[in-house]
Ligand binder design. Structure first.
Ligand SMILES: *Cc1c(COP(=O)(O)O)cnc(C)c1O
Length: 367
């Protein structure tokens, strides 16, 4: 058995999730977020699969846009940090990428550039996130300078980003929406505000464009609900196999630090997965795991390459038995909660050691 950790990517589930999103925002164009290798799901395969169903793709950096263009993606690709120097801008021009413009340094580079065609600009306004975007007092000047620039496509697209949209009890999002509406009232152009959590809980943010990320991949943007409860399907199922089985006496301890002590005579399996694959080291004993489809628990501390699993509920488990760490039948949110981490991060930090398999249909993955 070679290193058996596999991320199974179910592209039918991806399409199911996109349909759910579209049902929530039937009038909006979809700017599908495939930054960070499509949240660890494989940007090229995800973008190819979604290309006919989305209006555009969003990435953070030029390098990510180039990866999609090299793979033959033809739909517009929006770079959410824009460019940092004239050289990057000339590459963006050459490939016809679109850009978020969020500061005056970029406007200056743009004013001094020679472009082959007008650049499609997404004009970003900071309504309270304080990460990227023009401050309210800068909006008029920045907007005018972009409008006067012949190498900028008109009208601009107008966007902002929410800091608290996953918290429906907090009125920050309502304030950001009201602020955006007020600032752009005299400006021309289509609007774009919502991430996944706003798509699912802030209807006023459902304007010309939306920018779903995590919901596409079937996980929840909220702390208190999982993807299934939002009618989403997990796109990634992370699997591995049992590589050895021990019969242990009451009192035997498992793994580094001897953090788990067998409460009775029991079988413990050693599973080939660890933080070297991206399984979070902070996941606690008791975290759910599926062995041969049956729910059991992690025992002991997560090591770089291995974890222990309680085999009491699966007495017939053998070496090679299939183990699911998250995905189908086991919400990633449960592991995130056990590890005190965030489901977004669990996807993004899978390492290069993990193999990927892509499926057009939600078939039995036979693990
Ligand atoms: C990542 C990102 C999104 C998508 O966020 P989700 O919570 O994953 O839906 C949308 N907009 C911007 C600016 C982002 O950086």
């Amino acid at each position: 058995m070679d290193h058996p950790v596999i991320a199974h990517i179910d592209l039918e589930a991806l399409h199911h999730n996109l349909r759910e999103i579209k049902a929530a925002v039937p009038k909006s164009n979809i700017l599908a977020m495939v930054k960070c290798d499509a949240y660890g799901h494989g940007a090229v395969e995800v973008a190819k699969s979604l290309e006919l169903e989305t209006t555009a793709f969003g990435v953070m950096f030029l390098k990510e846009a180039l990866q999609l263009a090299d793979a033959g993606i033809k739909k517009p690709i929006v770079i959410l940090t824009g460019f940092f120097d004239a050289e990057e801008l000339s590459i963006i021009d050459k490939f016809g990428f679109e850009c978020v413009i969020h500061n005056f340094a970029q406007i200056e580079i743009l004013e001094n550039a020679k472009l082959s065609r007008p650049l499609r600009v997404w004009f970003k306004i900071d309504t309270g996130m304080h990460r990227l975007g023009f401050q309210l007092y800068q909006v008029q000047e920045a907007y005018q300078r972009l409008m006067q620039n012949k190498m900028v496509e008109k009208p601009l697209r107008l966007m902002t980003h929410f800091s608290d949209a996953d918290n429906i009890k907090n009125n920050k999002t309502a304030k950001q929406i009201a602020c955006f509406e007020e600032v752009v009232v005299d400006l021309e152009g289509e609007w774009c505000m919502a991430n996944s959590s706003a798509i699912l809980s802030w209807p006023k943010s459902h304007v010309h464009w939306v920018r779903p990320g995590i919901a596409l991949y079937g996980a929840s943007p909220f702390g208190d609900k999982n993807g299934l409860e939002l009618n989403l399907k997990p796109v990634m199922t992370l699997s591995s196999r049992i590589i050895t089985i021990h019969d242990l006496e009451k009192g035997a301890t498992i793994g580094y630090g001897s953090t788990f002590c067998c409460p009775e005579k029991m079988q413990v399996g050693t599973v080939s997965i660890g933080y070297g694959d991206g399984y979070p080291r902070n996941t606690k004993s008791g975290a759910p795991i599926l062995v041969n489809g049956i729910r059991t628990q992690l025992v002991g501390r997560v090591a770089m390459d291995m974890i222990g699993v309680d085999l009491r509920p699966i007495p017939d488990a053998k070496i090679g038995a299939a183990v699911i760490l998250w995905g189908r039948g086991l919400p990633v949110e449960a592991i995130a909660a056990s590890a005190g981490e965030y489901q977004y991060e669990l996807f993004c930090r899978l390492t290069r050691r993990v193999r990927y398999q892509f499926y057009q249909r939600s078939i039995d993955i036979g693990i």
